[in-house]
Design a protein around this ligand. Sequence first.
Ligand SMILES: [Fe+2]
Length: 462
Amino acid sequence: MVAPVIQSAFEKKRSHIGELYQQVRARTLEIVAPLEIEDYVIQTAEFMSPPRWHIGHTSWFFETVLQKFRPGYQIYREDFLFFFNSYYEGFGPRIERPKRGTRSRPTVAETKRYRAHIDEQMMRLIEAASSRDDAGEIFSIVRLGLEHEMQHQELLVYDIKHLLCDQFDAPMKPAPRSLEDVSGMVEIEGGLFELGYDAGTDAGESRHVGTGMRALQGALPFAWDNEKPAHKVYLEDFAIDRPPVSVGDYVEVINDGGYENFRWWHSAGWEKVNTEHWQAPLYWEQRDGEWMIRDFAGLHRAGDRAYEPVAHVSFLEASAYAKWTGKRLPTEAEWEKAATLTRALDSKQGFPWGDDEPDLAKANLFENGLWNVAPIGSFPAGQTVQGCQQLIGDVWEWTTSDYVPYPGFKSEFDEYNDKWFIGQKVLRGGSYATPQIHIRSTYRNFFYPHERWMIAGFRCAK
Ligand SMILES: [Fe+2]
């Protein structure tokens, strides 16, 4: 039994968690709704997963919660544990990632029934949780499971793009227009900087966050273990680009023979250029000597997209571009400082524009419904005090920082973030496929330096 005061706090949390659970789970199904049944099971590359797998895997994740917290819970189907586990050694054997698209069973209908079953069981667990001694633990793991699901929503966008691209009937809203020219760099003074998520700001409930899902974010603050603890780092003075690198900028390095000259590339990059025959970012193709970009809306002349952030570049390509321009990529601490400086330039705020959560006017995130990058200068309301734009949303931005634990790191969930602390690079800021409530300025995404099917771009520093 728990004391009545604590129970009423848990009651409030229970209703918030239950509401968030339903909204997040429903959105996953909204994303896949335009797919035809055949689309769900095809794997177009080793690095992507078929949509059917994401639908099942995100439910499998919650089934592990049910196994732990519902005494007597009966496994839905043993073979699903094998098929829908991703990479967790602790949860037993699993199908290899490149083979996720080699089976037609479980069918899509079976997978959706599994999903509905897990939802029903999870809602019962959440409903009954507030009177339990372990209510806090249950709410934390459900909250984490919902962030996990949002990561898979974003992966679904990458994977559906790889699978279908412009054949997918994405519910796209019209693109915004650029409202101002954004160019040049801002100078930022160095010194001690507090890098990472300060758990002390979790007080939460009174944050100004608007309505709907964003209000729930205020009531249920969350950060990954890899963003913590906040700690001091020393930065030299630096300058960082106001806009992300654009398609027009990037075409220049291609036209200058950038992909043919080893001097701009890391050794690993030059090897990729030669073995994979890279000549341009992923989804670029040449027609009659002209570069074209394919996206969810169709095939467009790169020249017509010159003022949009370049996307689908690897770290290796971003680094080569930076070297070609005589600049470099920022470190993650530089990026975070640029994104969080307050007006007085002496302390840190939650986002480039202040402490309010992202909204449609401030950043191009999933809710904007563009299914694409927005022209540079479309979101002046989201700029930093010094005029950096589109740090949040549009494209994840490569940094030169290795994905390693912060000093004092404590794992909050085995095999989630901790086992990936080797060989990957940190990206910051979220993309047009990132849900609003999922992103923070302290969020550390990570991918291998050669990967480019995710929505990644960059800006330079010096
Ligand atoms: Fe996962």
